[in-house]
Ligand binder design. Structure first.
Ligand SMILES: [Zn+2]
Length: 391
């Protein structure tokens, strides 16, 4: 790792650029990009692409039909020709997403605004703040003459908020040829903790089939699917072990057709989370082993865990390096466990060192109150720049 002596210089450069950063953020937030609208996400993607091209980066669109296009940005330009070199030590991957959870028009109800040191707006925290920070971090590195030794690939994807179905392959492909992965998801809490652990997450559906019958005339000939659902829900609750970070929660129950009919069908949605890979596997085995309880009922399980956990062994070394860099910038960063997943879960599961939560500091993600702390934007951008310069 090269010496970080220019860090304070980069921080003062970034603090001076705060108005430019806010202007960029305002444009990004106003360009709404809900996951479900390909046209909107693509428009926002082109806006980001133009910013990177201004900085001399090579931008590639990974075209998708069903989702927005993903953006693969290689910077600095001197590394573009080495794009084909698969050497793992030669590349750092920075992950972020273009999409937000807000429907088009949300900006009218909660317009972008800056008040009392906070910037508000849909997606400002998750994670347009992170996207703006990355651009300013590149500016700071160029200004300080600290262009990274390694090729930096920024992969800005279009469907993180709905599970990364169209981007997972590209994320894993780039991660496999990277020495480290930095994820610009929001930091945690007002202190801006980095996310060194994330739970495995997933959703399962238990589809229950019984037999319909008249509830008054011949209830005995029916098999009550809602009764089976209730018994299964009780059994599923026993899989919980909060001390080990395992939660299994039936969250949506549906069943039956009419008040006087023994229900022939029911459906149970189950939220799944686990802190350790071994626990995730164990829960998967137990779910597979579920059998019907009532005579005559049948069950089928669909779905399951979709993101493996980010375990601390994947993030520990990067975190202690980041903490040292932050100290030189005269702020401190802590760490935390996040109950939700991100694309960092995929890369950590491949054994690639991954540090998450390197984006904006704020609160209210996925809510009308979404906001970032303005003074933290240059600080976190300086930390990102320092990581890119020294990894
Ligand atoms: Zn996010």
């Amino acid at each position: 790792m090269s010496s970080p002596e220019k860090q304070p210089e980069m921080l003062s450069f970034l603090r001076a650029r705060k108005p430019a950063l806010l202007r960029l953020l305002k444009r990004f937030v106003r360009c709404e990009s809900p996951t479900g609208s390909k046209a909107a996400v693509d428009t926002f993607g082109r806006m980001i692409a133009a910013e990177w091209r201004k900085r001399g980066a090579a931008v590639e669109f990974l075209r998708r039909k069903e989702a927005g296009d993903h953006l693969r940005v290689t910077w600095p330009k001197k590394h573009v020709r080495s794009n084909q070199n698969p050497g793992r030590s030669n590349q750092i991957l920075v992950l972020g997403h273009l999409d937000t959870v807000y429907e088009t028009g949300a900006i009218k109800k909660t317009p972008f605004r800056v008040r009392l040191g906070r910037a508000f707006g849909p997606g400002v925290f998750d994670m347009k703040g992170g996207l703006a920070m990355a651009l300013l971090a590149a500016d700071a590195l160029a200004h300080a003459g600290r262009l990274p030794r390694r090729r930096i690939v920024f992969l800005w994807t279009s469907d993180e908020e709905t599970g990364s179905k169209s981007s997972r392959e590209a994320i894993e492909h780039e991660a496999r040829r990277s020495a480290a992965v930095l994820v610009l998801e929001p930091a945690n809490g007002p202190e801006g903790q980095l996310k060194t652990r994330r739970k495995a997450t997933g959703t399962a559906e238990l589809v229950i089939t019984g037999r319909a019958a008249h509830a008054g005339l011949d209830p005995g000939t029916g098999v009550n699917a809602v009764h089976e659902l209730a018994l299964q829900a009780v059994r599923l609750m026993r899989l919980n072990n909060p001390r080990r970070g395992i939660t299994v929660n039936p969250t949506i129950a549906q069943g039956g057709t009419r008040s006087n009919v023994i229900p022939a069908g029911a459906r149970l949605t189950i939220d799944l989370r686990a802190e350790k890979l071994a626990d995730m596997r164990r829960i998967e085995r137990k779910l597979k082993a579920l059998r019907p309880i009532l005579p005559g009922a049948s069950i089928a399980l669909e779905g399951g865990f979709s993101r493996p956990p980010l375990e601390r062994r994947a993030s520990a070394a990067l975190f202690s390096h980041a903490r040292e860099l932050a100290e030189r910038l005269e702020f401190s960063v802590g760490e935390c466990l996040a109950g939700g997943g991100s694309d960092g879960n995929f890369t950590a599961a491949l054994g690639v060192p991954t540090l998450d939560g390197l984006g904006a500091v704020g609160e209210g993600a996925h809510s009308p109150n979404e906001q970032v702390i303005v003074s933290a934007l240059p600080e976190r951008a300086a930390l990102l720049a320092a990581l890119l310069a020294t990894l």
